[in-house]
Design a protein around this ligand. Structure first.
Ligand code: GSH
Length: 215
């Protein structure tokens, strides 16, 4: 039994897309992160900061996106979305999976909230270094781990599409646009995206915000 703790239009999207790529059965548990006061205290038992995503697989709870991504790809090896342990591709696969949460997301979050800093003292480093690193990597590689799609692409792909296209925090670069297009063309991405939108539109929070616009 696999439970997916999720909220639409959130950082849970990458895991949602990965579950669709894996083609496994899962049950969605909607956590209302937009309700006044946040999710119920009971949810802290699953995710200590009451955030999404989280998964529960045969009684094991996994939180934090990089861990969830690694866990799921390893738990369902038939999908072939995790490079073998010891293979050359395993290095960039793990590096970029973690980099998305420990560098890319906090750097962009700091910028979104107006945190300015010029030194390299924060563990996530500098905005320009992050952008240059992602651009360099995607200019040289079709996918995170080289020439084939892996679970780590759901991490980087979801982050790039969301922060470049919707939030406009990540600057437009040709390498980012081409990578985003490759990701958006995937059927699993499109299925997850459609369901994410449909679920968002069942919530008054998004019904009000999207009133009068079309998808
Ligand atoms: N460190 C967590 C962060 C997840 C996260 O920030 N989730 C946001 C969704 S956009 C959330 O649940 N926010 C709800 C809240 O802060 O109340 C991870 O990587 O899984």
């Amino acid at each position: 039994m696999l439970k997916f703790y999720y909220a639409p239009f959130s950082r849970a999207f990458g895991a949602f897309w990965l579950l669709e790529e894996l083609g496994v059965e899962y049950e969605i548990v909607h956590i209302d992160i937009r309700v006044a006061g946040g999710p119920s205290e009971e949810y802290r038992r699953i995710q200590p900061s009451k955030k999404v995503p989280a998964i529960e697989h045969d009684g094991t709870v996994v939180t934090e996106r990089a861990a969830i991504t690694t866990y799921l790809a390893d738990a369902f090896p038939d999908a072939g979305l995790a490079p073998d342990v010891g293979s050359a591709a395993r290095g960039p696969y793990l590096t970029w999976n973690v980099y998305c949460d420990s560098v890319l997301d906090p750097v962009l979050c700091a910028r979104a909230h107006g945190l300015t800093y010029a030194n390299n003292d924060y563990p996530f480093g500098l905005f320009d270094d992050m952008v240059a690193n992602v651009e360099r990597h995607l200019s040289a590689n079709r996918y995170v781990a080289g020439d084939r799609f892996t679970a780590a692409d759901t991490q980087l792909g979801s982050a790039i599409v969301h922060t470049m296209r919707s939030l406009k925090l990540l600057p437009e670069r040709q390498a980012f646009r081409e990578y985003a297009e490759r990701m958006e063309a995937r059927q699993a991405y499109q299925r997850a995206s459609r369901r994410d939108y449909e679920m968002a539109m069942t919530l008054p929070f998004f019904q009000e915000r999207f009133a009068g616009t079309s998808s």
